[in-house]
Design a protein around this ligand. Sequence first.
Ligand code: ATP
Ligand code: MG
Length: 563
Amino acid sequence: MKFSKIFLPTLKESPKEAVLKSHIYLLRAGFIAQVAAGVYDLLPLGKKVLDNIKKVVAEELDKAGAQEVSLGFVTPISMWEKSGRYFRYGKELLRFADRHGNGFVLGPTHEEMMVELVKNRVKSYKQLPLNLYQIGLKFRDEARPRFGLMRGREFVMKDGYSFHSSVEDMQREFALMQETYGKIFKRLGLDFRVVDADSGAIGGSGSKEFMVLAESGEDTIVVCQKCSYASNIEAAKRVKKIYPEGEILSKKEVFTPNLKTIEELSEFFKLPKDRFVKAVAKKALYDDKEEIVLFFIRGNDELEETKACNAVKANELVDVEEAELEKAGIVSGFISFLNQNEKIIIDSELKNEKNMICGANKKDYHITGIDVDFDDEVFDDIIAVKEGDSCVCCGASLTHTKGIEVGHIFQLGTKYSEPLEAYFLNEQGKTMPFVMGTYGIGVSRLIAAIIEQHHDEKGCIWTKESTPYMVDVVTANIKDEAQMDLSENIYSNLQKNNISALWDDRNERIGFKLKDYELIGIPYAIIVGKEASFGQVEFVERRTLKNEIMSFDEAISRIKSLA
Ligand code: ATP
Ligand code: MG
């Protein structure tokens, strides 16, 4: 492609609202253009990257035996009601009615529709297993679309669904998908981790996320320094912490005027923070109701909200207004788990702990010397694992790192097949719901994730399989005949060899062209300059920005060996 012909509106200035490098560079280098909050157009270069990623994804999935389909983006609302997700998805579902008043939803994911497709078409265990996927648009009316392609409202996802006659077979496919995803992200040149993920209300260990390691990632990953344990903080575990027994405190109410924080209390009582139980009040939202829940954790721990949300099987947890607490008779800052009218959940590590200090549910008072003595159902794992905590697999120290979720694989079981009444006949002739797995990849998010991991101060650095072009042939001065002839020669030679090339044939200064080259981030450049009449060119590697003078033949064979 000739640069002079390409639709590539590059920008000099960084857009104000963009903070992530990927967002800034993709806008500035003319890969994307914003249409509305969380909605983007892909320009020619962006479209090429998207297609490259799609190709890698499809090739590896096809190799693994999955089949590509394409389902409608517009889905009937009735399906969402039937599966029970109409409420659970809440405001993220973009709903609308057609001219006849029929309700529809723009698909945010397609479990319902894929089950509907397979239902009644696959009737016997003999037709199983089946793995169907698509790569297409999704719409989620995200509360805070941000970071460009990273968290859009309209975005491209690869979503796959597998159907099985047994849990074992689904688990076999799950392992195959894990391996396949690994191949995909490796081909795309990404440094990633597979981590244990939150499985939501379904529970179990059947969910893994693929995290691209990047400082800018929105997810916190807990990683063991010694073994292979890695988990999203939402699902991370640690070895239970044991604290030295302190002096025995008598059970009594103590006047603690205005002392609300653990720091203040620790100072006041001259006791370590681990001797205190702190309360976090939240409002749990359900399909049909909402209620206040009080979560209790050790003074030096923090609440992990996803764990807490799962513990009460809520759709969402939100903050509670002080006035609302007051109305419920809860004394903020002095909340107790004793004699509590509201629902309470206590962190499992506090089970049977003795001699603790907690609020008295009375303004300005705490109670000392209390034992955490409750029935099992009140306890759950609700704390956030911290750096320095011990790994449950090997005991070594855990650390935190940041990641971008680019894939999520999930052992679904019969969560959708049952409510949607999707059955098959098993070997014994019995009617059974399909056992399912579901597998997602954030295809458009990957465009941003690649740049988050591969960039420098000057711009993008595309990886081999994602790059829009392999090489940029930059003609220093298009008015120089020798330079134009040699450039043309190199460009057509590359084309003959099926090496995708851009030819910067613009009537611009070389410095200007090289700035664009660096911003766009094509892996290699061949600069045709003053030495053109001797057949000499400069060969540049974008990653290192190292340049070498060599003959044009050598430059072409170098590219051939690298492409
Ligand atoms: P997140 O936790 O980032 O909101 P999710 O858990 O809601 O993601 P899934 O339902 O698992 O996402 O969707 C599968 C994949 O789609 C994710 O792993 C992610 O890569 C991608 N994805 C999800 N939401 C968005 C979005 N708003 N914009 C771009 N990609 C997204
Ligand atoms: Mg997810």
